[in-house]
Design a protein around this ligand. Structure first.
Ligand code: GDP
Ligand code: IMO
Ligand code: MG
Length: 427
């Protein structure tokens, strides 16, 4: 049986957690392949609400093995507290597997994230302050600490020394902060080693064997396509590859194994942090989307910036990810508008542009060209089939599908597992 990738088609927070959880009952493995605890994935099961940051959403499905792949950056203290929080609520987390090659977010990565943002001032990215960028920077600079390093004290000592060598110069001389002691960091990291040990595994081998044995593997992206370090709105992005290719490198599975790539697409658009956002609203419509959609960050508690649906971005997501399907979420939030504007193209320096411009300067100037679609006022949260939706809601979905370049195979009409219309099966 094949591997599926499920990822964000916009700027994150599209509803990936809910979509993953929905499929979790029918898949054998759910794998996070990039990012870290910058993610905030909300899953609502019955009257229980879970906010997951690092653990794959499949952890809530008893038959499913959750995996943290090599491409993820792991903050051990966050991981352990997330695990104990779930255990206290009766969730069995014993099946979790963590790649020994995953990199660790150290306390100095978190410090560097915060001071760098402060130093950037007006030019700041608006990161989640969780040390994500600095941990990936250490990985690329080849001074990162990996999960497996926790089990060789002498190697760990050498690696922390190497990582702090330059960092302490920067912290003390540039940022006017105190130097960080190697011993303190090593002691802290060793303190996590025993607790994490039962989970550490050769996840690449396990996942590839599972695929050979016809098991179903679901890769769950964090963040979204426009936050991708290569394909997003750089530099206002995260420091990893949430796009489909990231699943291969971040889990060690070849592209030939992936048969479906599902883009999670919100029926409007949101973004957290700084960076361009052509359809952003600064009026009462934006306020209403935020209020009705509950658009407040799960990780940082920041209000999300809100705007209308942007078909240029959806088309772009289809292209860079090779999407086979969309899962359209939060359609219910749009109930009550008489007319709903949808951005079908941009106007850049007086010219109509149908595709996302590759130039950042052009994108910053892009003005949305809107088409007005008729709205609906009926409550759609109980709809179970496409035919249950009012005609105008059906037409809205069909129009989005036409503009976005891949079939809409499921529609979210509420936060709960069951508040979903399935059109084409994902499995
Ligand atoms: P993620 O980061 O992509 O997993 O998304 P978040 O959890 O950060 O944000 C999505 C929010 O929308 C969460 O509060 C979900 O419970 C909620 N949600 C997901 N799908 C739907 C839907 O179809 N309708 C409504 N009303 N809420 C939804
Ligand atoms: P989920 O998985 C929305 C944003 C931050 C910031 C930028 C860089 O819940 O969709 P980082 O801390 O990653 O270096 O911050 O990326 N960001 C997210 N925005 N949803 C997320 O995750 C995000 N993870 C990071 O707000 O603009
Ligand atoms: Mg989120």
């Amino acid at each position: 049986m094949p591997a599926l990738v499920l990822l964000g088609a916009q700027w994150g927070d599209e509803g990936k957690g809910k979509a993953t959880d929905l499929l979790g009952g029918s898949v054998d493995y759910v794998v996070r392949y990039q990012g870290g605890n910058n993610a905030g994935h909300t899953v609502v099961v019955g009257d229980q609400k879970y906010a997951l940051h690092l653990l794959p959403s499949g952890i809530l499905s008893p038959g499913c093995t959750p995996v943290i792949g090599n491409g993820v950056v792991v903050d051990p203290s966050v991981l352990l507290s997330e695990l104990s929080g779930l255990n206290e609520r009766g969730v069995d987390t014993s099946k979790l597997l963590i790649s020994g090659n995953a990199h660790i977010i150290t306390s100095y990565n978190v410090t560097v994230d915060k001071v760098t943002e402060r130093f950037l001032g007006k030019r700041k990215i608006g990161t989640t302050g969780r040390g994500i960028g600095p941990a990936y920077a250490d990985k690329i600079n080849r001074v990162g600490i990996r999960v497996q390093d926790l089990y060789d004290e002498s190697i760990l000592q050498q690696k922390v020394e190497a990582a702090l060598d330059v960092k302490n110069q920067i912290l003390t001389k540039l940022y006017n902060r105190r130097a960080i002691a190697v011993e303190q960091v090593v002691g802290e990291l060793l303190g996590y080693a025993e607790q994490l040990k039962p989970y550490v595994a050769d996840t690449v081998l396990i996942l590839n064997q599972a695929l050979e044995d016809d098991k179903v593997v679901l890769f769950e992206g964090g963040q979204g396509t426009l936050l991708d370090i290569d394909h997003g709105t750089y530099p206002f992005v995260t420091s990893s590859n949430p796009t489909a290719g990231g699943a291969c490198t971040g889990a060690g599975v070849g592209p030939t194994k992936i048969s479906r790539v599902i883009g999670i697409l919100k029926a409007y658009t949101t973004r957290v942090g700084a960076g361009p956002f052509p359809t952003e609203l600064f009026d009462e419509d934006g306020e209403a989307l935020r209020r009705i959609g509950g658009e407040r960050g799960v990780t940082t508690g920041r209000d999300r910036r809100c705007g209308w649906f942007d078909a240029v971005i959806a088309r772009y997501a289809t292209r860079v990810n090779g999407l086979t399907d969309f899962f359209l979420t939060k359609l219910d939030v749009l109930t009550g508008w008489e007319e709903i504007p949808v951005c079908v193209a941009y106007e850049i320096d007086g010219k109509r542009v149908e595709e996302l411009p590759y130039s950042q300067s052009d994108f910053h100037h892009a003005k949305p060209v809107y088409e007005m679609l008729p709205g609906w006022s009926e409550d759609i949260s109980k709809a179970k089939t496409f035919a249950d939706l009012p005609k105008n809601a059906q037409d809205y979905v069909k129009a989005l599908e036409e503009m976005s370049g891949a079939p809409i195979s499921a529609i979210g009409v509420g936060p709960g597992r069951e508040e979903t219309i399935e059109i084409n099966s994902f499995l």
